[in-house]
Design a protein. Structure first.
Lengths: 255, 92
C-alpha cells in the first residue's frame, strides 16, 4: 500500500471519530468532559514521551565490550535509528557500532553509537569513531571496575531491538556519583519560557486585534436585540470572557 | 550536506516566523503602554489628534530604539547554541 492510502485511512478515521463524538457526546455531557480529560492526558503522554526520548540522560555504567553489527533498516523500527549522512536514509542496511555495558545493579545496558549529523535529534554528533575509541579505552572488569557516565538519548526496547544512542562518555569516581542534568534544566526552562511567551502573545493578539472587532459586533447586537447579544456572548466563549476581563482594566479604546 | 542545507532552510523559515511574531508582539505592547500612559495623564481623554500624535511619536522612537534591534537575537542565539553544541559534543 502506498503512503497516500495510509494517510487517507487515518483522515477517514479522524473524521469518523469527530462525527461520532458530535452525535454521541453532546456539548456539556459527562462523556464529553471525560473525553476532554482523556485527550489532555494523551497530549501530555505524547509530549512527555517525546521529551523523555529526545533529551539527554546519564547512566553510570561499566563498559565491558564494544562491537559492530549489520542492521536491517527497512521496516518501521527505522525510527529508532539515526541518519548519520545523506545516503543513510536510502540504505536498507548498514553497520552500526554498539557499546556493551553493565550497570551498578548488575543489569546489562547496550547502547548504539551513531552519528546524528545535522538531522534530528539535534545533538550534532559527528565523533562516533572517537567515542568508540574512548569506550574501548575505558573497558574494565567486575573485579577492577572503572565506572563511567554515558550521556545518551533514546530508549532500550528489547522487543523492537531499539537502543539508546550514546553521545558522550566520561570516567567517574564511583557508581553513586550525582550528576546534575544542567542541559535538561536549561532546555526545559527555555521551553517553558517559550510556551508562556506564546500564550502571552496570543492573549495580546486577542485583546488588541480580535476583541475590539467582537465588541463592535456585540454593540450592534445590543442595539438590535438582547437575546442576540447573549448568543454572541456565548459564541465568544472562554477567550471572549478572558478578553472582557482584560478590557475592564484597559484604557480608552484606540481610535 | 543535504541534511545541513535542510536544517539551514527550515531553521531560517522557523526563526523568521518567530521573528515576525515577536516584532508584532513587541510593537503591540509598546503601543499599548503609550496609550495607557496618555490616558493616565489625561483623565478626560484629551485631544484625540494630540493623543494620536503622541502615540505616533512614541512608536517612531521605538523604531529607532534598542528593543527592536534585540529581536535579531532570535537568529543569533540558535546559531550560538548550535555552534556550542557542536563543540561540546565533538571536541570535548
Amino acid at each position: 500500500m502506498s503512503g497516500y492510502v495510509y494517510w487517507g485511512i487515518v483522515l477517514l478515521v479522524i473524521v469518523a471519530a469527530v462525527v461520532a463524538v458530535r452525535i454521541w457526546l453532546p456539548e456539556g455531557s459527562a462523556g464529553r468532559r471525560r473525553l476532554k480529560w482523556a485527550i489532555w492526558a494523551l497530549v501530555i503522554l505524547v509530549v512527555g514521551g517525546f521529551l523523555h526520548y529526545t533529551l539527554p540522560q546519564h547512566d553510570i555504567v561499566r563498559v565491558v565490550n564494544t562491537y559492530q553489527e549489520r542492521q536491517d533498516l527497512d521496516d518501521w523500527t527505522r525510527i529508532f535509528w539515526a541518519s548519520p549522512d545523506d545516503q543513510s536514509t536510502g540504505l536498507i542496511n548498514r553497520d552500526v557500532q554498539f557499546l556493551q555495558t553493565v550497570k551498578a545493579n548488575g543489569k546489562p545496558m547496550v547502547y548504539r553509537n551513531e552519528d546524528t549529523g545535522w538531522s534530528w535529534p539535534p545533538y550534532f554528533k559527528f565523533d562516533t569513531a572517537n567515542l568508540q575509541t574512548e569506550a574501548e579505552d575505558l573497558k574494565s572488569t567486575a573485579a577492577d571496575p572503572q565506572w563511567v557516565s554515558v550521556t545518551h538519548y533514546g530508549w532500550r526496547i528489547v522487543y523492537f531491538s531499539a537502543f539508546p544512542n550514546a553521545v558522550a562518555i566520561k570516567p567517574v569516581a564511583g557508581p553513586d556519583v550525582t550528576i546534575i542534568p544542567w542541559v535538561n534544566i536549561v532546555i526545559l526552562t527555555a521551553l517553558a519560557v517559550l510556551l508562556l511567551l506564546f500564550r502571552r502573545m496570543w492573549l495580546q493578539f486577542r485583546e488588541r486585534s480580535v476583541d475590539p472587532v467582537l465588541e463592535d459586533i456585540g454593540g450592534v447586537w445590543d442595539d438590535v436585540d438582547e437575546r442576540a447579544d447573549q448568543a454572541a456572548d456565548k459564541a465568544r466563549g472562554l477567550w471572549g470572557r478572558i478578553g472582557g476581563w482584560f478590557g475592564t482594566w484597559k484604557g480608552k479604546p484606540r481610535r | 550536506m543535504i541534511a545541513l542545507i535542510r536544517l539551514a532552510v527550515f531553521g531560517f523559515i522557523g526563526l523568521s516566523v518567530l521573528y515576525l511574531l515577536l516584532s508584532v508582539y513587541s510593537r503591540s505592547v509598546r503601543r499599548e503602554t503609550l496609550e495607557k500612559t496618555w490616558d493616565a495623564d489625561h483623565a478626560e481623554g484629551g485631544d484625540p489628534a494630540a493623543r494620536d500624535a503622541y502615540i505616533e511619536a512614541g512608536m517612531q522612537e521605538y523604531q529607532k530604539g534598542l528593543r527592536r534591534k534585540l529581536i535579531w537575537l532570535v537568529y543569533v542565539i540558535p546559531m550560538i547554541v548550535i555552534a556550542v553544541t557542536v563543540y561540546l559534543v565533538n571536541y570535548q
